[in-house]
Write a protein that binds this ligand. Sequence first.
Ligand SMILES: Nc1nc2c(ncn2[C@@H]2O[C@H](COP(=O)(O)OP(=O)(O)OP(=O)(O)O)[C@@H](O)[C@H]2O)c(=O)[nH]1
Ligand SMILES: [Mg+2]
Length: 399
Amino acid sequence: MNAHLFFGPLRWLRQPSAKQSTAQKEELQVVHNHMIKDMQKRFSDSPVKILLLGTAESGKTTIFKQMRILHINGFTDDERRDRIPEIYQNIHDSIHQLVLQMSLLGLDFGSCTSERSADYILSLPGGAPEYMNEEYCDHVMTLWNDVGIRACYDRSNEFPLLDSAKYFLDNFVRISDCEYIPSTEDILHSRKITTGISQITFRVPVPKSLGGGEQEFRMYDVGGQRDQRNKWIQVFEGIQAVLFLVSCSEFDQNLREDPNQNRLEEALKLFRRVWQNRFLASAGLIVFINKYDIMERKIRAGKHIVDYFPEYEEFCKRPQQDNCFDECDWTKMFIKQKLVDITQEPFKRHSRNNSDLITSERECYYHFTVATDTRCIREVFSDVQKMILSENMAGSGLF
Ligand SMILES: Nc1nc2c(ncn2[C@@H]2O[C@H](COP(=O)(O)OP(=O)(O)OP(=O)(O)O)[C@@H](O)[C@H]2O)c(=O)[nH]1
Ligand SMILES: [Mg+2]
């Protein structure tokens, strides 16, 4: 169904007004109730389509996995076991990258034993071992405990390293056990680049205030790397809400696909293109300002957004914002403001004969999220779901 039609039908149908006679009121009430039932049936018959968008590694697939955990039945033991090669690969890529960067950054290992472990890792072919043999595990552990490798990790904003590197290496003893079955948290932290388009369908209960019953949702996940974005248009048709993910921890990192491009700058540019995209003009837009756990860790470790976005200094001179107590809060607000500013920019909308300069009056909604935290996503998604349903109902003229 076309998203515009979904948001806009039956605006003429209003509740009976005080000026009408009792007979007219009763008649209208019957029609009104009938229409509510009809709308509810139509909503639950046709899925609400949500599209996840954002740059690479912003957390789209992690949200997708959360929907499975929250609204379907999570992962079976077989499905968990199927993830083992991916997790081993994440560990291998992380330690391999750290070892490689040691010489590029001119860092020294803390011991000769670590140097030998580094030679061992570099001598292996690119893929992770199929199972964790003792020799491999000893070398990984030696390296992860090395002071030089830790110094290298502290500079990991200067090269591409998986965000979950620390999580997996800290949990290496558990993961390398021969009886290992990935936990839900492990699955949420594992990373595999998305190259196709995936969809998941689930039903959620609708609050009584919005008519009760159940609503079907269909969520689409796409790849965020530059060479994947030309596929996005295939799923624009009928989308009612776009969940746009921006990783707020990436202010000091550059893209894997273009080492000269700041990741947060890229995310903002992409957001502008999505906000102004005419095929998505009638879809609701919700932004997840994601990975604030990593952002907070970075700021506590002494990183500052002002070193990458000098305009932050001016921003902080504004009158104290309600929720800003420390640098983490100011950084979050600064990034949010950048997104808000984009939604207020006039832009050109091309029609058949002319191109008008317009400012969109659409509402955009913002949430700060940690996509790997199921509790956080449960709360945020419940708000998102209510918002989408009430927008649909409001569009129907019934509420
Ligand atoms: N700590 C932390 N890690 C996160 C968060 N969100 C995502 N991650 C991790 O970041 C990595 C990348 O997340 P994905 O969900 O694969 O990113 P994506 O947007 O699907 O990336 P593409 O498929 O390349 O477009 C994974 O290892 C996730 O576990 C977060 O809020 N906090
Ligand atoms: Mg993905």
